[in-house]
Design a protein around this ligand. Sequence first.
Ligand SMILES: *Cc1c(COP(=O)(O)O)cnc(C)c1O
Length: 230
Amino acid sequence: MNYNHDMASQSIKRNVAKLLAELPDGIEVVAAAKARTPEEVLEAVQARIKIIGENYVKEAKEAYELVGRSAKWHFIGTLQKHNIRRAVLEIFDMIESVDSLEIAWEIDRKCAQIGKVMPVLIEVNSGREPQKSGVLPEDAERLVREISGLGSIKVMGLMTMGPSFGNPEDFRPYFVETRRVFERIKGLKLPNVEMRHLSMGMTDSYKVAIEEGANIIRIGTRIFGERDQQ
Ligand SMILES: *Cc1c(COP(=O)(O)O)cnc(C)c1O
């Protein structure tokens, strides 16, 4: 155990303690673990983080080997069809980034083979950015309706990123719009749909997101420190 590692784990513990202490009740924290080592992920879990968010299947597998079932695992990255393997689906407790029926079908088909019903969130491209993943706000309801007919996948809410800004206030309209879509779909009371989770907000925006109704926030930098440039 070297000096740098000790320093890093001290600050992860301190960062998590400070973050958890300031959050209102009922907010779940997903520690966004991209580009972190399995050891750093374990530190976060030992500091009372209960959910790990993974963008990449390879990193997820490596961290899962060390941390296992002492945390829950959410997939928060871009899913490609070839990545949707049974071994991958066995790791995850939720997929937050479903944005097409093709991906939903593949999850459903593979989950049926392992006897699992996968909770998912629909990712909304609230910034309407062509290069970003997610469905447009006005298309979310249709996708939820289509997925509601599948037996091995269950829609449990929405997730959004929003555009990147310097100023946290600038995120607000995107969170407001996503919340409005969330409430409207919730009011439909669709069969096999349980609109319980609204995942919005990252290090720069989680306070605004909570004000606008998020009950899951996804935090990387504020827990683990700045990421190295990739
Ligand atoms: C990286 C990432 C986060 C966390 O970002 P920070 O700004 O480091 O808190 C949240 N959600 C997703 C989908 C991410 O990829």
